[in-house]
Design a protein around this ligand. Structure first.
Ligand code: ADE
Length: 271
């Protein structure tokens, strides 16, 4: 997979991406990265790429022409005949999630435009951008970190990038639930034991325990992810047990309400 990034801070992207797993994947030729410095395409010749906003207001706006020239140069490097998929990072975009990472990982070429200042001239966005993406409901100083977040998540979905092929499968979000807790040696750490079921050698019990822990964790941290359609009979039984033992489990009022809702609806459906 080939990443292309248009940015005012290419060194930031290069350094981040040439580290750890993505760095290794680039050495292996599974990924490539080309950064384009928008400042090199300044039309004034002095490296300036921003100007005051028409209509007034605070801050500066990145001009259309330097970005468009950078894009044309980038297209030549991809040898793509027409438009390449190009993500503009903005808090106004659709919020990034795992399924989007999976979908974008199917592209051979993927480009990112990192904005700064108060924004980018709308005309160039309309001309070249295919996807507007936000990484969450907060405002950052620029699009570089969001682009790196996206490239990291997408890279993990590219075959061969993760050394253990399993680690991309049994993890948070892959089945709509958060990942179960993990333990390693020693068996007893500062008085805290590993859950006995993990030492039992009984794979069926280990799998069931892990799945239940995933359900519990999702209920605790991301109840919005629990969907009644994806719960089977065993899951519902476990959730019933959780509710019956609500005191022992220390469930909050919100967790109880989520459980009642899930179980109530599912009972009505099976009537
Ligand atoms: N640029 C500034 N904030 C951002 C965000 N939350 N997501 C994507 N791009 C951004």
């Amino acid at each position: 997979m080939n990443f292309y990034v248009m940015t005012l801070f290419p060194e930031m992207i290069e350094q981040g991406m040439h580290t750890s797993i993505t760095g290794r994947a680039m050495e292996k030729g599974l990924l490539s990265l080309k950064t384009v410095n928008i400042r090199d395409y300044s039309v004034t010749g002095n490296g300036r790429i921003d100007d005051y906003p028409y209509g007034g207001g605070a801050g500066m706006v990145m001009q259309a022409e330097p970005i468009y020239r950078a894009y044309e140069d980038l297209l030549r490097q991809t040898r793509a005949q027409d438009k390449i998929r190009l993500v503009y990072l903005t808090p106004q975009g659709r919020v990034f999630h795992q399924a989007m990472a999976q979908e974008l990982a199917q592209e051979e070429n993927l480009a990112f435009l990192c904005g700064h200042y108060e924004g980018v001239d709308e005309r160039v966005l309309e001309a070249i951008v295919t996807d507007y993406v936000s990484i969450g409901d907060y405002v950052l100083t620029g699009g570089e970190l969001p682009a790196m977040v996206m490239m990291d998540a997408i890279s993990r979905m590219v075959p061969g990038v993760l050394s253990n092929s399993d680690s991309g499968v049994s993890e948070s979000f892959s089945d709509g639930l958060l990942e179960y807790p993990q333990y390693s040696r020693p068996e007893l750490w500062r008085g805290c034991p590993v859950p006995p079921v993990l030492l039992s050698g009984h794979h069926g019990n280990v799998d069931r325990w892990r799945h239940e822990q995933s359900l519990l964790r999702t209920l605790r941290n991301r109840p919005d992810l629990l969907k009644k359609e994806s719960l089977n009979k065993e899951d519902l039984k476990y959730l019933w047990k959780l509710l019956e033992e609500e005191m022992d489990n220390g469930l909050s009022a919100e967790e109880i309400s989520v459980l009642k809702n899930l179980l109530g609806i599912s009972l009505k459906l099976s009537d």
